[in-house]
Ligand binder design. Structure first.
Ligand SMILES: [Zn+2]
Ligand SMILES: [Zn+2]
Length: 367
């Protein structure tokens, strides 16, 4: 089958047509992948993880082609979304309702299925499964718990965004930070994840949603999607601007949707006493976080929260997010700027690197 391979740090993806598929084994599902969004984490892996060859792509949707023994929640022909972390439902973390910390779900960072194997082979050697999904290929195999059935006939080219960016952004608001009505929110970075944070804050009925990004097109998009004010951090001093907009108090919640330690520290500065700063974007692995005063944090009871995939229980939250979209509460169409065929995937990656558009979606099959 056709696939786009990560073959070395920072290189363009290589298109090949000789990847073989293994499985589905017991408890696994073979999916014909139809659409897959390009997420920042794909580029982060491409630029930092020397685990090759690997098939990236983890914001994917498709149709079930075959099920392994024991699979009960989906059957052939079902429309499905895929998620990097499928909660097992039986480990200590799942019991504690911390589903993204599921002990069996952490293998996604190693590019394998939870049993340590990978469903892809090329020339007899294993090909890693990027972030546990491997969406930039014609077919993939996932464990049943990483597969979420959705309504048949739903536009997969649109709802695929829920698999990572939307789940991450909206979930960070509703699950991690638990944003309350009438609160004030700052969102730094307005790509697919940041705009999902903006929409999550609107759904949570935040009173003031301040959105910051150096790209005007993205600020305009944020205003369409629910931001009440926007800041260009190149023109305005972000700290002064946020303080002015909050009558000197600071925001109740600050979100770093970029994964940048300076923005995280800035969030801690501009959040009000008792407020929260949420790390939503993935910083580079070696990035250190520095903040000028630990005493300040102690005295003000400010909180710093990590958020992995929006602290979602994918099996419950993905259907909920689809429901929000169907009710018109979640605008996905406005977050998709381009659709590229798999053969043009490097154009989509270049757009993301150059902050062109919001989200590119890859159409995996030609017809
Ligand atoms: Zn678990
Ligand atoms: Zn992602």
């Amino acid at each position: 089958m056709k696939a786009a391979l990560h073959t070395g740090i920072g290189k363009e993806l290589t298109l090949v047509n000789d990847v073989e598929l293994v499985g589905p084994k017991e408890g696994e599902v073979l999916i014909k992948t139809e659409y897959c969004g390009i997420c920042h984490s794909d580029v982060s892996v491409l630029d930092s993880l020397d685990l090759t060859p690997m098939i990236l792509g983890h914001e994917a949707a498709g149709v079930v082609e075959e099920i392994g023994d024991g699979v009960t929640s989906v059957s052939k022909g079902d429309y499905v979304l895929m998620t990097p972390i499928g909660p097992c439902g039986t480990c200590e973390m799942c019991y504690l309702q911390r589903h993204t910390l599921c002990e069996r779900g952490q293998t996604f960072v190693f590019g394998t299925l939870p049993d340590g194997s990978t469903p892809f082979r090329r020339g007899g050697s294993p090909v890693y499964q990027g972030l546990g999904v491997g969406g930039f290929a014609e077919y993939t195999v996932l464990e049943e718990r990483n597969v979420i059935r959705v309504e048949k006939g739903i536009p997969l080219e649109t709802v695929c965004l829920i698999g990572c960016g939307v789940q991450t952004g909206v979930g960070s608001v509703l699950n991690t930070a638990k944003v309350t009505p009438d609160s004030t929110v700052l969102v730094m970075g307005l790509g697919g994840v940041g705009l999902s944070v903006v929409q999550g804050a609107r759904i949570a009925k935040a009173e003031k949603i301040i959105a910051s990004d150096p790209v005007k097109e993205r600020r305009d998009k944020a205003l369409q999607l629910g931001a009440t004010e926007v800041i260009d951090p190149n023109d305005d001093d972000l700290i002064n601007a946020v303080m002015e907009l909050t009558l000197g108090k600071g925001v109740d919640y600050a979100f770093d949707a970029v994964g940048n330690s300076e923005l995280i520290a800035l969030g801690l500065t501009v959040s009000r006493a008792g407020g929260s700063t949420v790390i939503v974007g993935a910083p580079p692995p070696d990035e250190e976080l520095k903040f000028s005063s630990a005493l300040h944090l102690m005295m003000t009871e400010k909180r710093l929260l990590g958020s992995l995939l929006g602290s979602c229980n994918a099996q419950e939250d993905i259907p909920l997010l689809i429901d929000y979209w169907q009710k018109g509460l979640l605008d996905l169409e406005n977050m998709i700027s381009q659709t590229y065929p798999l053969g043009d995937i490097n154009s989509g990656i270049a757009d993301l690197r150059n902050s062109i558009g919001i989200r590119s979606v890859i159409k995996i099959h030609e017809n």
